[in-house]
Design a binder for this molecule. Structure first.
Ligand SMILES: [Zn+2]
Length: 306
């Protein structure tokens, strides 16, 4: 839906409604730091793609948005929710990685003067995968939700570290090993020590390995060493004990790796190996059947050659 018609004719619907019919709720998790918690679900018409956790940090000069959601509809709802708590400009739109549930809302933030920020690999990944994502999510999301999605690449790139100044508070951005994807960054608000981990941390929602199991194991080791007070996962609730949550994620990876290595040692082919790998962990994670085989397939291919 064009933004103008939304603003003029359908304001009550577009601005007033969240993915499930209520306005988006931004929860204050620290001074000037807010989070929206997405549904633990696959992206579809009913949830408007609102399955990822989103963040907002507000400084004296303006705010930074951390991920924009799975549709422009959700991105607009996020913008409305920000407007309700701050009249300051949105200075930065940060994407934690390339996945559609984190970037499809970007177009809602065009034309505001905000700078789009992401991993140095993100422009390439968006160009390579963006058209595929738009096509592959069409059956589940429908044309109405996807018609106005634009793949908006970052212009401010993070190669290793980068600091963003929001006025009176700084955000520390870091890149990570290729793991969930090869475009993951984390964002820490230095003032409150809230760390937005993107999809390097999953809670309740089964971890998803889109790039490298070994890289993800390395990232969990590095995550454990972070000096954070609160860690916001990419999916699922903010854990009371984030070290424990990282350890739970790591345990799933360790079991998956051990199962696959045993299968490889016994000469089991990929199809047979991925049927059973990780299955002892099924009761611990939501959406297990939607992702475990895919994780096992990615990891099998990786372990087979290493
Ligand atoms: Zn993701």
């Amino acid at each position: 839906m064009p933004r103008q018609s939304c603003a003029l004719a359908l304001a009550a619907i577009c601005i007033g409604s969240g993915a499930f019919g209520a306005p988006m709720h931004l929860r204050r998790i620290a001074d000037g730091v807010y989070e929206f918690q997405g549904a633990i679900a696959l992206m579809d018409r009913a949830n408007s793609g609102a399955i990822a956790n989103l963040g907002v940090v507000i400084g004296n000069k303006g705010s930074a948005v951390i991920d924009t959601g799975g549709s422009v509809k959700e991105g607009r709802e996020l913008l409305s929710a920000i407007r309700a708590i701050s009249k300051k400009p949105v200075l930065y739109v940060i994407n934690t990685h390339v996945h559609p549930d984190h970037i499809f809302g970007n177009a809602a933030f065009l034309g505001l003067g905000a700078t789009f920020v992401g991993h140095a690999n993100l422009p390439r990944a968006m160009a390579a995968q963006g058209p595929y994502y738009l096509k592959s999510f069409l059956p589940a999301m429908g044309h109405r939700l996807l018609a106005d999605v634009k793949i908006v690449p970052p212009t401010l790139l993070v190669k290793d570290h980068r600091t963003l100044d929001l006025g009176g508070r700084k955000l520390a951005l870091k890149t990570w090993a290729a793991s969930h994807t090869d475009t993951d960054i984390t964002i820490e608000d230095e003032k409150t020590k809230v760390l937005f981990a993107g999809d390097l941390l999953f809670v309740s929602h089964i971890p998803v390995i889109d790039n490298s199991l070994k890289g993800f194991i390395l990232d969990t080791q590095r995550l454990q060493k972070q000096d954070a007070r609160v860690v916001v996962p990419g999916h699922g609730p903010i854990p009371g004990d984030w070290h424990r949550a990282v350890a739970d994620e790591r345990h799933y990876f360790d079991v998956l790796q051990a199962d696959l290595k045993a299968s490889l040692q016994h000469g089991l082919g990929m199809r047979a190996a991925v049927r059973s790998a990780g299955s002892s962990q099924a009761h611990k994670w939501k959406l297990f059947d939607d992702y475990n085989k895919r994780n096992a397939t990615t990891a099998y291919a990786e372990l087979e050659w290493n």
